[in-house]
Each structure stands twice: as structure tokens, then as C-alpha cells.
Design a protein around this ligand. Structure first.
Ligand code: ADP
Length: 529
């Protein structure tokens, strides 16, 4: 075949022999023919005479795998010159080097291809540069994908934020609605009282209405404070040995107003004998009060409600059932979530903020119990089941007294810069049979206490100039004040507030508005001299 490749003209040979670029000519069978330049021989590490007549693939073994032979074949058969990208070679150097090929056909007189001329260019730098460019491009692609991901996360967060914002707006709208209702009723009641002078029946029913509305507001504020305690992790139980029946009776009594308002009937089944729990009586009563109130709220008028308590092994199971609006199955799993309300058109008529059941669950959990909601579906009534662990024994000590003993008359000082608050509490205490004086500031509190020597001082904390803390400190620093019983009356009852009052010498910390039963108990507990 070699004879088919024409001889290289002398000038060309002269130029190529001096060219630093390796060059070699092959025939149609890819054997190296008469022409090889010294640069090529040096590149492949062989003598020129060794190369002549050898297959190109022996001089450049990687030619098959890196596509060089395929290019050669293409150029030979198409008769069209072509160049390749950088191709990797491991043949001569320990590290990879890259060559690029330029190939053009050697044509006979009749334009038929007789062979191929190959020119090789060292292209390691170009290859590295290209690899870096590809890597950079890939990382740009990756960061574009990452950006897309981040955008999606940001969109999801913004959607959640919007949900939270609209939940907050919804919450505030309901809150103002829920506060406005009792406020409007109380303000109407005030007007009514002015007109009802002499009409004892009207005065009495008006007073009852105002009392109900006030209780509703106090409960709402208490619930909101509990929510805030829960979310800030400050809710604490004050556990003691508690008899369940007395707690249930308390809850039933407190729910009576709502049950009567809906003309519902209530059946109560309590276990025989005493059932003892290690529990916080206030929170326990709140659990059953919320469930009973809901049963009344979510029943059509004249509904029937059942409260059944039974001992089940080491647990007590309390069930509150109604035949009211029921709960759709899809909502049952979420019913204890904060602000969750089933969308039933008339459910608002009795008020509510969707926090009662979440408090129930929180309180039950804190007592180591479980609560479960059941309902066959809308319009088919509901049942709430509370299970709490029992304590053994029937020791009556430390039980909560339901009936408060009537004690002796006490000398009491009520201090509050809000005159109405001080005077109304003083009136109440006087009606309980005690001797009472009032003071309207910290300074006055200390001087009245010095002269009057009360047994009990009910002291508001937030007052201008000398506040309740300072007044307590001053009273305690006097010889006559050491034994005086000091009770703080404050809007704040968190643990930190209680610690602070204790540090200032207070004996007790009551939360406003003072719970009359708690007050009665406090007075009954005072030493008897
Ligand atoms: P609120 O009654 O203030 O809306 P709750 O947390 O007590 O809040 O109750 C959440 C929701 O659960 C209510 O809005 C009501 O849709 C539903 N629900 C609670 N108790 C009952 C019940 N006994 N029957 C039917 N639905 C109830």
C-alpha cells in the first residue's frame, strides 16, 4: 500500500523536519508510511526507521481507545480534514498528557484518498483549562439547582408565615369579639341597675347576669394566661392528695350556669367510695369543667349530658358524653390542637376561642394521663374520655375541704391604689363578718398597719411611689410587723413573681381577682389568737 502514498515534495519535507510539531503520514491501512518527522519519533520515543511500516496503533497504543484511529478512518474515507479535541495519553509520561490531532487526507491524482497526514499538538494545558471550565459549569449548575431548592424553601416558609399571620389575625378578631360580648353585657347591666332601683327582682337578675359575664371574662383571661404559661414552659402543677368526687362536684357546679342556660339535663355517675389522686385540684377541676362546658355549648337546647366516672384497675376513667353536634371523623385527630375549631355555623353562639381542649390535653398529660375524643360523626354526639392514674390509700389528710369552717372575726387591712377594688373587697370581707380598713398606697399601708395592727394585710403590688413590695419590706422591718400575715394581691402569678414576693417577706401570693373560696380558706388558716 505504501507505494500509493506520493512522495512528499522536498520543500514540505524540509519544513516538516524542522517543525516542532510531531507529524506522521499513514496509508489506508493505518500503517506509517515513508513520512515521519523527528518531533513525532521523539514524542513516541522510537527511531524513525523503527516506525516506518509499523501500524500507527503500535506507535500510539491509546489511539484505539481515545478515538484517534476512528478519526483516522473517517478522514481517510470522507476525504475531508478534521481535528480532534484533546485526547488523553499515558504512554510516555507517568502523568496523563493530552494531544490534539489535526488530520487531512493525502489525495491521489484522481482525488482518491491514498492516506492521511497526522499532525499532533501538545494540549495538556488546554485540556486542564477545559476540565476546569466544565467543573465550574457543573458547580454553577449545582448552585443553580441549590438556588432553586432554596427558593422553594423560602416560598414554603413564606406560605407558613402567611398562615401564621392569618391565624394570629383570626385569633385577635375572635379575642376582641369574645371580650366585647361580656363587656357589652356588663355595661348594659350597669345602666339597667341605675333604672332598676326599687325593683329587687330586676336588680337580682341583673346582678346574676353581670356575675356570669364577669366569670366568663375571668375564665377567658385565665385560659389565655395558661396558654402563655404552656408556650413559655412555665405551667406548673401544685399536686396534693385529692379526692376525685369532690373535684367532679366542683366542676359540675361551675358548669351549672351553661347547662341550665341550654336547658340540658345532666346525669352524673360517680364511683362508690372515695377515689384518691395525686393531682392539682384546680387543674383537675378545669379539665372536667371545660369538657362539661363544651358538652353544653355544642348541644342543641334540651340536650342530655352524662358524666360517668369509674375505676378501671389502677386508673380512673371519666367520660363526658353529649348528644350534640358531634365531630366529623377527619377533625377528631386534631381536636386537641390549639385554636382548633370545627367549622359548624352556629358554634360561635356560645363563644369560644379554640383553646379549651388544648388546655384539657395539656393538664391531662401533666398528670400522666390520656384524653381521647370519640364521635360517630356530625350530628351524632361526642364523648371525651379522660384516664388518670390513681394513688392508693384513703388517708383523708391533705384533702381539699369542700365546706369551709366559719372562723372567728379577723382584723384585715386591704391595700389597693384602685379605690373601687379596695372598697369592694373590703365590703365583701365585712359581709363575711370581719373588721376591715383600707389604704390606697404603699406609704399609707405602712402607717395604717402601724396604728391598726391588722392580723392580715391584703396588699396590691403595682402601686405608684411606694409599691407593694416596698410596703411589705417596711412592715416586716418593724417589730410589730414581724408576725403580721402578708398576702400579695397581684395580676401576675408566675413562679418568678411568687419568688419575688416571698423574698420581700410575703406569706402568700394571691392572683387578682381574688378567688373568694381561696380567700376564705386563707382567713380560716390564720392562727387563732
Ligand atoms: P372552643 O369551644 O372555645 O371553640 P375548645 O378547644 O374547647 O374551644 O374546642 C375546640 C373545638 O372542638 C370547638 O370549637 C368545637 O368545634 C369542637 N368541640 C369541642 N367539644 C365538642 C363537643 N362536645 N361536641 C362537638 N364539638 C366539640
Amino acid at each position: 500500500m505504501t507505494e500509493h502514498v506520493p512522495a512528499i515534495p522536498r520543500l514540505c519535507r524540509y519544513l516538516s523536519e524542522r517543525s516542532p510539531q510531531p507529524m506522521v503520514a499513514v496509508d489506508g491501512t493505518t500503517h506509517i508510511v515513508s513520512y515521519v518527522n523527528p518531533a513525532f519519533a521523539e514524542l513516541v520515543g522510537m527511531e524513525i526507521k523503527q516506525l516506518i511500516g509499523r501500524p500507527f496503533s503500535e506507535a500510539v497504543p491509546e489511539g484505539v481507545e481515545n478515538g484517534c484511529l476512528a478519526l483516522l478512518d473517517r478522514v481517510f474515507h470522507s476525504g475531508v480534514a478534521e481535528s480532534s479535541e484533546e485526547q488523553e495519553h499515558r504512554q510516555t509520561q507517568p502523568q496523563s498528557v493530552y494531544w490534539s490531532y489535526f488530520m487531512w487526507p493525502i489525495l491521489g491524482e484522481d482525488e482518491r484518498p491514498l492516506g492521511v497526514m497526522i499532525q499532533i499538538t501538545e494540549a495538556t494545558e488546554v485540556a486542564r483549562f477545559r476540565q476546569q471550565a466544565v467543573a465550574m459549569n457543573e458547580s454553577l449548575l449545582i448552585s443553580a439547582a441549590r438556588q432553586h431548592e432554596l427558593k422553594q424553601v423560602a416560598e414554603a416558609l413564606s406560605a407558613r408565615l402567611q398562615v401564621a399571620v392569618s391565624a394570629r389575625d383570626h385569633f385577635l378578631a375572635i379575642l376582641s369579639h369574645e371580650l366585647r360580648n361580656p363587656l357589652a353585657a356588663i355595661s348594659n347591666g350597669m345602666e339597667l341597675l341605675k333604672l332598676a332601683v326599687g325593683n329587687q327582682e330586676l336588680v337580682e337578675s341583673c346582678r346574676e347576669m353581670m356575675d356570669r359575664q364577669l366569670k366568663q371574662m375571668v375564665k377567658l383571661v385565665d385560659d389565655l394566661l395558661d396558654v402563655s404559661r404552656i408556650t413559655t414552659g412555665k405551667l406548673e402543677l401544685r399536686k396534693q392528695r385529692v379526692e376525685l368526687n369532690s373535684v367532679l362536684r366542683e366542676s359540675v357546679e361551675a358548669s351549672r350556669a351553661l347547662i341550665n342556660a341550654g336547658d340540658h339535663s345532666l346525669t352524673v355517675e360517680m364511683p362508690p367510695g372515695e377515689v384518691w389522686l395525686d393531682a392539682d385540684p384546680t387543674r383537675l377541676a378545669q379539665i372536667f369543667l371545660n369538657l362539661l362546658n363544651n358538652a353544653a355549648k355544642y348541644s342543641q337546647p334540651h340536650g342530655s349530658i352524662r358524666l360517668v366516672a369509674r375505676v378501671d384497675g389502677s386508673e380512673i376513667e371519666v367520660s363526658v358524653q353529649d348528644q350534640g353536634v358531634g365531630i366529623p371523623p377527619a377533625k377528631l385527630d386534631h381536636i386537641f390542637e390549639m385554636f382548633m375549631q370545627v367549622d359548624v355555623s352556629w358554634e360561635r353562639t356560645q363563644g369560644g376561642m379554640g383553646i379549651g381542649l388544648s388546655l384539657v390535653k395539656e393538664f391531662v398529660d401533666l398528670h400522666g394521663g390520656r384524653v381521647e375524643a370519640r364521635s360517630p360523626g356530625l350530628g351524632q354526639g361526642s364523648e371525651f374520655l379522660v384516664r388518670l392514674p390513681l394513688t392508693s390509700g384513703s388517708d383523708k389528710q391533705n384533702t381539699i375541704a369542700v365546706e369551709l369552717p366559719r372562723g372567728p372575726q379577723r382584723r384585715i387591712l386591704v391595700v389597693d391604689d384602685n379605690r373601687d377594688a379596695a372598697e369592694s373587697l373590703a365590703m365583701l370581707l365585712k359581709m363575711m363578718g370581719h373588721e376591715v380598713r383600707t389604704a390606697h398606697g404603699g406609704e399609707a399601708a405602712v402607717s395604717v398597719a402601724a396604728e391598726y395592727r391588722p392580723m392580715l394585710v391584703l396588699l396590691d403590688l403595682g402601686m405608684p411611689q411606694v409599691d407593694g413590695y416596698e410596703a411589705a419590706r417596711r412592715i416586716r422591718s418593724q417589730p410589730w410587723g414581724a408576725e403580721m400575715y402578708l398576702a400579695a394581691l397581684s395580676g401576675w402569678g408566675a413562679k418568678d413573681d411568687r419568688i419575688r414576693t416571698q423574698d420581700c417577706g410575703f406569706d402568700r401570693h394571691l392572683v387578682k381577682p381574688a378567688d373568694i373560696e381561696a380567700l376564705k380558706q386563707l382567713i380560716a388558716d390564720l392562727p387563732s389568737n
